[in-house]
Structures are given as C-alpha cells and as structure tokens.
Design a protein around this ligand. Structure first.
Ligand SMILES: NC(=O)c1ccc[n+]([C@@H]2O[C@H](COP(=O)([O-])OP(=O)(O)OC[C@H]3O[C@@H](n4cnc5c(N)ncnc54)[C@H](OP(=O)(O)O)[C@@H]3O)[C@@H](O)[C@H]2O)c1
Length: 284
C-alpha cells in the first residue's frame, strides 16, 4: 500500500551488506517504498512488506538496467525520490596478474553501472527533485596496493559524482558520495582475486606481497568489525535531509585518513601511506 506522502528509493545490490541493511532501514520507517535490485531475489524473501518491490537483476548488464528503468517508470508515477548506487565488489591482486576481463568487469559493476543507471533515471529524478547517493569508499580518496582497480573504480565514481553534483544543482537533483571505512559485510568474502596469480612467471614476484596481504585480511576478519548498520542509518538520514553534503565519511578510519590527507604536507602523507602499505603486505 502506497500512501500519498510516501517517497520512493531505488537501491542496487540488496542481497547482503549495506544494501540489505538500507532496504530494512527504509522499510522500517514506513515512509518509503523501496525498489531493491538484486541478482539473488531469494535472499530477500524473508522480508514481507508491501512497500518492498524486489527487482531481480544484475546492474552490470545493459538489458537488465533497461528493465530496472522501466520498472521505476511503472512504479514511480511522481518520479524517483532517491537512487542509491550501492552494488560493488573488490578486485584484489597485482595489476600484472589481473586479466582484461576482470579489469573491465570491475569497472562495469563499480563505475559504469552507477553511471548509466543515473543517466537513465535523471528524468525520473528531475520530476521528484530527487537525490543520488553513490556508495564510494575510503578508497575513493586514498590509494592501496593490490587494490588498484577497486581504488580506480571508486576514484572514477568520485570524479563523476562531484561533477554531476555541480551539473545537476540547477535541476533540483542533489548528489552525495558516501565514503565508508571498513565495515563487516560480505565484502571480504566476495572479493575477487587475481586470476593469473602464480600462473605466470612474471607474477610470481608478487607472491610474498599477496601472502602478506591474505594474512592481514584473515587477521582482520578474526577481529570484531564495525557494525554496518551505521552506514545504513547514515544513508537513511541523508535521504531524508533537505540538503545533502557532497561527501559523507562514515567510520573512524575514513575520518582519520581524510584528516591526515587534509592537514599533513603531501610528502609526509605519502610516506605514511607507503609505510602502511608495506605493513599490509609484510610476511612475518
Ligand atoms: N564493507 C566495507 O567495508 C565497504 C567499505 C567501503 C565501501 N564499500 C562499498 O559498499 C558497497 C556495498 O558493499 P558491501 O560492503 O555491502 O558488500 P557486500 O555485502 O558484498 O554487498 C555488495 C552487493 O553488491 C552487489 N554485487 C557484488 N558483486 C557484484 C557483481 N559482480 N555484479 C553485480 N552486483 C554485485 C551484490 O548485490 P546482489 O547480490 O544483491 O546483486 C552485493 O549484495 C560497495 O559499493 C562497496 O564497494 C564497502
């Protein structure tokens, strides 16, 4: 049942993590109708709420995105109030060990999907004076070894979003980048590892770094992680605001790195980040 004052939000990648939690948070308020895209609709079958419309789809496929846009037109007679580009994953490994297909796919999901979905929904967003919230990352403003493609995809999303925020300002559409630090979702489990690692002689040289990085990741996962509900709550609050900031950092790690970037001389920051990077990949 949709009440007159109800707003509509489209969230991508809702089977787990932030996407699932945001879906729950928006529904809980009773003020929002949620259109949730997912490749795994069965994982949302436990949510019984008349205000949830599950759209089974992969945002990285052109034809499936077209179907999403068609569902939005059908469901949102008064336009779309909020688009949350959330779906994303991390490709991990040294550049030399990544296949062309892996590299392109990383950009398809993390960059081109939000880009085209935003472009194709602008008409609907304009009608509602809507908001675009793009889930970036702390790695949208800081580089990291063995994550170059993930980082590149988020830097690209940052550039796109910042430019669009200025471009769309006069059209009543606001754009915000959410830059979470590390949170315990399915993100680590869903990491895609470099395919050519150890298959090629030239990439054997990274074996030690990869071993160190895997050990770091395992250790990190053993520790209690930050609660991802914090991100879902922050995004929910943003969507209800009259005016959104261009960027919102969620998490103490992302705040600290931002502060360091802003306040220390570039040379010092680069040195600190280089040392942190070495530690991440160090084998004991
Ligand atoms: N967790 C963190 O620490 C963290 C930090 C900074 C930024 N982020 C960003 O937050 C967003 C959500 O991630 P999460 O932490 O919630 O991780 P998650 O639990 O793995 O959820 C990511 C969602 O993205 C979709 N997705 C993943 N791989 C995909 C692929 N190859 N093709 C199409 N869709 C795909 C999936 O949606 P469906 O299966 O439903 O289709 C999945 O539910 C991502 O953009 C990520 O980069 C996460």
């Amino acid at each position: 049942m949709v009440t007159k004052s109800q707003n509509t939000v489209l969230i991508t990648g809702c089977s787990s993590g932030f996407g699932r939690l945001m879906t729950e948070r928006f529904l809980q308020s009773g003020e929002w109708k949620v259109l949730a895209t997912t490749r795994h609709p069965e994982q949302l079958s436990d949510i019984t709420n008349d205000n949830l419309v599950v759209i089974p789809s992969n945002v990285a496929a052109t034809s499936e995105r077209q179907a999403i846009v068609a569902r939005v037109s059908e469901q949102c007679k008064n336009g779309l109030d909020c688009l949350i580009n959330n779906a994303g994953y991390g490709l991990t490994g040294p550049l030399e060990a990544l296949t062309e297909e892996q590299i392109r796919q990383q950009f398809e999901v993390n960059f081109f999907a939000p880009l085209f979905l935003t472009r194709d929904l602008l008409q609907q967003l304009r009608i509602a004076h809507g908001k675009v919230i793009n889930i970036s990352s702390v790695l949208g403003f800081v580089g990291m070894p063995l994550q170059s493609l993930y980082v590149a995809s988020k830097f690209a999303l940052e550039g796109l979003s910042e430019s669009l925020a200025y471009e769309l300002n006069g059209h009543g559409i606001q754009v915000c980048l959410v830059e979470p630090g590390g949170f315990r979702t399915q993100f680590a489990k869903n990491i895609e590892w470099a395919k050519e690692h150890a298959d090629k002689g030239s990439v054997d040289v990274y074996e030690k770094q990869m071993k160190g990085y895997r050990a770091f990741l395992t250790k990190k996962l053993e520790r209690p992680g930050s609660n991802p509900k914090k991100v879902a709550d922050a995004v929910f609050d943003l969507a209800g605001k009259n005016s959104m900031p261009l960027r919102l950092r969620v998490g103490s790690d992302t705040q600290a790195l931002y502060y360091m970037r802003r306040s220390l001389p570039q040379k010092m920051t680069d040195l600190i980040l280089l040392n942190v990077s070495k530690k991440l990949m160090a084998t004991k």
